[in-house]
Design a protein around this ligand. Structure first.
Ligand code: ZN
Length: 476
């Protein structure tokens, strides 16, 4: 009795202040909760961090552009509160997919000419078709269509190479996608440049327009060693050096390219580029199919990044890039779809699956490219290839919030024993529910928020009628 009057008011005071602090915090949070912009909770979180941790289940707190914490759902709930929480139960959360080689506006040529080898396809259909139909408007409408497809299928970063690349940059930025975008430099007159010198001038202007952009890295994209002379290749290289940006090129894609290089220079395409001082860790080389053991050693030594495009290589019957050998040699390999005209879509889930299957078949070894290796190429490997691994490619505190959610509750995904296996061997682009880039939700529950889907599709259909008329193949 005697002690009660002293102790009780103190306890009451403590209780009142605790209650006040709880009320001051946002609903559901406690006194210590930090307010962030977005929480994604309840998913199987495939982090792709250095330990390749998978949280079952897990949650991620995002503040502004960045991931601030990755933990168990109850730990995130205790530490953070947010105005928007996505309940991702029954879904896989993984880093957004990174397409290391495409030509976004070429979605406008999807299915225009199929079942041809690269040189026939390029020289009889694509180059002449492009000469008649590529314009800033075509690039704008095509990129919007490609962006819609990429957002819907979980691609958050793409490396591009095309004409009027500033239009690709503007459309990508509006859609909210991240891009390493290459202005094409090529040795014959094209719609945006009469000469390689013109193309170099417009590349420099393009680099200046997007310098310091949060989402877009503008880069030079010399088309290939067989469509450019030595002086233009060197000038493109110097331009990239001057601005400290990567450089994108097609390399050793076909046997024809290899033959042309040997006849002209007495060297393989890779050895020729090295002989003119072109190769460096800033080079993102698409394809690298026709590379012998010496070329592989050379590319590894120079730190060249390889973009593997299995679907395009199969469809154009170009050959098989020695990806297991590259990986064994420590070469950074990213995955790409190539343009939709040689694929014919931009679905990176399909690219992962085909990469895994192709190398198992060729090597007659089921371990040649396991599921984990295919997923690596499409995420952290792609980020390394593009020099973006400090920013994206894995789910880790401090990195930009480029995240996707993939459903796992349909018949095709049931049951699930291993999320990594499902992502590579079961999932399709259409299974992506939510796409987030730089902390911004671009698609929520399959609804794209940054593009007017109906307008993008109707603009593309109208433009296809013009393309069809110009090349004598009207769309149906
Ligand atoms: Zn290409």
């Amino acid at each position: 009795m005697r002690a009660a009057p002293v102790v009780a008011p103190f306890r009451l005071l403590a209780l009142v202040s605790l209650l006040a602090a709880t009320l001051a915090a946002s609903p559901g949070g406690d006194a210590q909760a930090r307010r962030v912009s977005l929480i994604v909770t309840g998913a199987q979180v495939v982090t792709m961090n250095p330990g390749r941790e998978v949280l079952s289940p897990g949650a991620v707190a995002v503040d502004g552009q960045r991931i601030v914490a990755v933990d168990r759902p109850e730990a995130i709930a205790a530490r953070f509160t947010a105005p928007e929480t996505i309940d991702a139960t029954g879904q896989i959360l993984l880093p957004g997919l990174i397409n290391t080689h495409t030509h976004a506006p070429m979605v406008m040529y999807r299915g225009l000419a199929d079942d041809l080898a690269l040189m026939d396809w390029l020289q009889k259909y694509i180059f002449p078709g492009e000469a008649k139909t590529v314009s800033p408007r075509m690039v704008r409408i095509g990129t919007r269509l490609a962006a819609l497809e990429m957002i819907q299928s979980g691609t958050t970063t793409f490396a591009d190479m095309y004409y009027f690349e500033e239009e690709v940059g503007r459309a990508a930025r509006e859609a909210g996608l991240r891009g390493v975008l290459g202005q094409t430099i090529i040795g014959f007159p094209v719609p945006d440049a009469k000469t390689p010198a013109d193309a170099l001038t417009r590349t420099e202007a393009f680099i200046k327009e997007f310098a310091g952009d949060e989402l877009i890295t503008p880069v030079p994209a010399p088309h290939s060693m067989y469509t450019l002379d030595e002086a233009s290749l060197k000038a493109a290289r110097q331009l990239a050096n001057r601005h400290g940006v990567p450089i994108i090129i097609h390399l050793a894609e076909t046997e024809d390219e290899s033959r042309i290089s040997r006849e002209k220079h007495g060297l393989t395409p890779a050895a020729y580029l090295d002989s003119i001082g072109f190769l460096s860790p800033a080079v993102v080389a698409a394809h690298c199919v026709w590379v012998g053991p010496e070329d592989r050693v050379l590319l590894a030594k120079r730190g060249v990044k390889v973009s593997h495009n299995p679907e395009s290589n199969m469809k154009l019957a170009s050959g098989t890039a020695p990806i297991p050998a590259f990986l064994a040699a420590g070469v950074t390999v990213g995955l790409g779809t190539d343009g939709a005209a040689s694929n014919n879509d931009l679905d990176m889930f399909e690219a992962m699956r085909q990469a895994a299957f192709l190398h198992k078949l060729i090597a007659r070894d089921p371990q040649a490219v396991p599921a984990a290796a295919a997923l690596e190429m499409a995420t952290i490997g792609g980020a390394r290839a593009l020099g973006l691994d400090g920013k994206v490619g894995s789910i880790e505190p401090g990195k930009r919030a480029d995240l996707i959610l993939v459903s796992t509750r349909g018949a095709r995904q049931t049951p699930m024993y291993n999320p990594v296996s499902h992502l590579v061997y079961v999932a399709r682009g259409d299974d992506v529910q939510t796409t987030i880039v730089n902390g911004r939700v671009l698609m929520r529950a399959r609804r794209v928020l940054t593009l007017d889907e109906a307008a993008v599709l109707s603009d593309a259909r109208a433009l296809a009628t013009e393309v069809g008329k110009a090349v004598g193949r009207p769309p149906v």
